[in-house]
Ligand binder design. Structure first.
Ligand code: GLA
Length: 783
């Protein structure tokens, strides 16, 4: 809701509020956080005397006012606000001074339409605050409150009416000045195969900058970040979350200044950026999201998850159940034959999968990563009956057909490159750097975008393709486009080019399920989610690594958009062995898939996978759309725990994962969250089993018979039989489970094995299920 009260602009959501008051030529930021009853008188920064070296912004307006003492919506550039401001520009006369003065505010029925940029869907009213400089520069700041998820969207439009060109050098989406300096910053950093590593540190005096310069939102630093009160934990405490609807190079900074403010801003990466506006032209920043919760990290998650589902995802897919898929990448890599595909598909169908995804290597000359990218014609050796033939074959098995593409890139060894070598990005006279043997296509050029749109639309029309994995496997370097006069535009113009292609292809095929991918999570952001309702989180599928990644990625993104696959052991990225059932337990909390050679499973493993898929399908809605809580963020010493709870709170699933096992360790109590205190829940553990092989010489201790540990008999038995794990079955009230907690049974420790002892090696897991019983709690017994 937006309203004006006693001279204060109030932008409120259900639980939060942002309050701004004009102060002469300035717009003073009064408060952002929990909703309050605002009063300009009480919230304005009182200032009556200037001290020492204070720069007086405008003596005629206020002889005591230095900008450093105020929270500001926009800082007049080069006017003495020495904290980093959201805008930097150069006027036609070379001057960087731009005194943007407050010129009024207005409530609009809807946010401005900005063609070409993703924008929060279903947004209602919007406040615009206008600022103008004497030379004719104008800034409009947009505030869009989204009531249902406690998010406020921010965006800025800059318009040049100076009569000459103006060059933007920094155009961030917002600046926010919080009058406190006790905050702790969490960024989600990482690299290929280890995305979403949290980096947490108190904000210290000075400027902390982070972001990406690689042309994509990137795995080095996701655009999401959080600032929390020092006492915030998973369930309580104040926390702010920030994100951008943007997939290109981005930047954010957090600056604790000398006067008690923490100034936050984020937007397009200013490094290398310059965007000249001719007279009459405008520039609109990407939208940014701000959210606040007083309920710790889980409160923040709740806001962000609702926001993504209700305001970002394509409406067609927002609530649509996602299929259990089988992807052939880690099963075959490039090395597949029609026979192998048929065998994999037959297994996938038999185990209950719903979608078969043919990954890289199906087109042109692509037998490895040195060739073929850029071409879209099916390779006749690998697909003798074309895509349609494969789709038909799959349909007969009851499987939908999904396909991998990497349209933004090209190999020099490809028909496309041979025809259009100049379509690959390279600076004049400099041999471009290769990454994964490929070059970036120049999406700043209209003819390249048109080619891609035509190729992709034709591909999608050529066969019944129900799913596309849209990959992008290299960072941008050697940036130069002949289509641009001003090369400082490259990174942003390329991103806008990508959005144009995405919009054209996804809107022409609304029923195709698109999954984003960029060597895993190298482009995991709200901009991509606007077009593609799911993204492959990481090329690393190790259960423990995924447990950490899914935990931290969930701060900004719902598990229901994360592609999560069960892969082989040893894991192809870490060489770690984790039990098959544990790999499933972790993947089940996202969008389930299998990416392993299913034809190599033994009968016992097949039985496990079949049961896993059946279980997931039976609880799909809970896992894909339930409310997610982190109960304990994973740490090697103690493991981790999550839960998801259905909307009506009648069903919940809890993940318990061990870290590095300590023998005879204390038995933890796991306090649950989000349940209905008054309901009685039937508590069980998903039936799972351990492979006999994992016991080796201990087998004699756990079985009534004493087999020879390395004997053929044990090996053969292990092919068809696995040791069932503990069964749990009791009823307990929601109040008990949340406030007293779930008592986790003993874990196996070498001696003394009973049915109640749980064989749980390093990095293994269980899923506990809670189902509300029909009967209410019984009346107390009389003494
Ligand atoms: C990237 C993706 C993988 C796979 C390969 C294929 O690395 O992240 O999942 O699709 O490309 O080349």
């Amino acid at each position: 809701m937006i309203f004006e009260k006693s001279g204060v602009f109030c932008i409120e959501t259900e639980g939060t509020g942002m309050y701004i008051a004009p102060r002469g030529p300035l717009a003073e930021q009064l408060h952002y956080g929990r909703k309050i009853e605002p009063s300009a008188e009480a919230l304005r920064q009182p200032l009556t005397v200037a001290y020492g070296t204070d720069v007086i912004y405008d003596k005629a307006f206020d002889p005591a006012l230095s900008l450093l003492h105020l929270g500001l919506e926009v800082s007049p550039t080069e006017k003495g606000d020495f904290r980093r401001g959201a805008l930097a520009l150069t006027l036609a006369n070379g001057s960087p001074v731009c005194d943007l003065r407050f010129a009024g505010g207005e409530v609009l029925p809807a946010p401005p339409e900005v063609p070409g940029l993703p924008a929060a869907r279903d947004a209602g009213q919007c406040l615009v605050l206008r600022f103008e400089s004497g030379e004719g520069m104008a800034a409009e700041l947009f505030y869009i409150p989204l009531d249902d998820c406690d998010v406020i969207v921010r965006q800025t439009r800059l318009t040049n009416r100076t009569g000459g060109p103006v060059t933007l050098r920094r155009a961030m989406s917002y600046q926010l000045d919080l009058p406190r300096q006790d905050l702790v910053l969490t960024t989600l950093t990482g690299a290929w195969a280890r995305e979403f590593e949290p980096c947490t540190a108190p904000v210290r005096r000075g400027l902390t900058q982070f972001g990406s310069v690689s042309g994509t939102s990137g795995h080095y630093c996701n655009p999401f970040f959080a600032l929390s009160a020092p006492d915030a934990n998973e369930h309580t405490g104040e926390i702010y979350g920030f994100n951008l609807l943007y997939s290109g190079s981005h930047a954010a900074s957090v600056e604790a200044d000398s006067y008690g403010f923490t100034r936050v801003m984020a937007g397009i990466q200013p490094e290398g950026f310059s965007w000249t506006l001719e007279d009459g032209e405008s520039f609109v920043t990407p939208q940014a999201t701000l959210t606040f919760s007083a309920e710790g990290r889980n409160g923040l998650r709740y806001n962000m998850h609702r926001f993504v589902r209700c305001h970002i995802l394509p409406p067609r897919w927002k609530d649509a159940p996602r299929p259990v898929l089988v992807n052939n990448w880690e099963a075959t890599y490039f090395d597949f034959t029609p026979r192998k595909l048929r065998a994999l598909a037959a297994k996938a169908a038999g185990l209950g999968a719903e979608l078969f995804v043919l990954d890289d290597g199906w087109f042109g000359r692509r037998t490895d990563d040195t060739k073929g990218l850029g071409d879209f014609d099916p390779n006749p050796k690998k697909l003798p009956h074309g895509l349609e033939g494969l789709a038909q074959d799959l349909a007969e098995k009851g499987l939908a057909f999904g396909l991998w593409v990497e349209p933004e890139m090209v190999n020099e060894n490809s028909a496309l490159y041979e025809a259009h070598p100049d379509w690959a990005v390279a600076a004049p006279g400099v041999a471009p750097s290769r990454s994964r043997n490929q070059l970036v296509l120049d999406l700043c050029r209209a003819e390249v975008r048109d080619y891609l749109i035509a190729q992709l639309n034709a591909l999608l029309d050529s066969a019944p393709i129900r799913y596309i994995k849209w990959d992008m496997n290299r960072h941008h370097t050697d940036r130069f486009s002949p289509a641009l006069g001003e090369q400082g535009r490259f990174a942003h113009a390329w991103t806008l080019g990508l959005y144009q292609v995405l919009e054209a292809v996804t809107s022409a095929h609304p029923d195709v399920l698109f999954e984003g991918c960029a060597s895993g999570g190298n482009r995991f952001d709200l901009g991509m989610l606007y077009y593609m309702p799911q993204i492959w989180l990481s090329d690393d599928t190790d259960a423990w690594e995924r447990c950490k990644m899914q935990t931290w990625a969930s701060l900004g993104y719902p598990p229901g958009v994360m592609g999560c696959h069960v892969s082989a052991a040893p894991n192809h990225q870490t060489l770690r062995f984790t039990p098959l059932d544990s790999r499933f337990d972790v993947a089940a909390f996202g969008l389930l898939g299998y990416e392993m050679d299913l034809t190599a499973l033994n009968a016992a493993q097949e039985k496990s996978v079949k049961a896993q898929i059946e279980f997931y399908k039976a609880h799909r809605d809970l896992f894909q759309r339930g409310r997610f809580y982190c109960l304990a963020a994973p740490e090697a010493e103690r493991g981790g725990a999550w839960m998801v709870v259905s909307e009506d709170r009648r069903e919940a699933a809890v993940l318990e994962m061990t870290g590095l096992v300590r023998p005879n360790a204390p038995m933890p109590v796991l306090r649950l969250a989000g349940l209905d205190e008054a309901l009685i829940y039937q508590v069980s553990v998903r039936p799972q089993s351990v492979e006999l092989d994992s016991f080796r010489t201990l087998l004699g201790h756990v079985l009534p018979v004493k087999p020879k540990a390395d004997g053929v008999l044990v090996h053969l038995a292990g092919q068809v039989y696995q040791l069932p794990c503990e069964t749990v079955d009791f009823a307990a009230a929601g109040s008990l489970l949340m406030h007293a907690g779930l008592r986790l049974p003993q874990r196996f420790c070498g001696t003394g094995y009973t049915e109640g002892v749980r064989p749980m090696p390093d990095f293994s897991a269980r899923i506990w299920m809670l189902e509300a019983r029909e009967v209410a709690a019984s009346a107390p017994d009389m003494i």
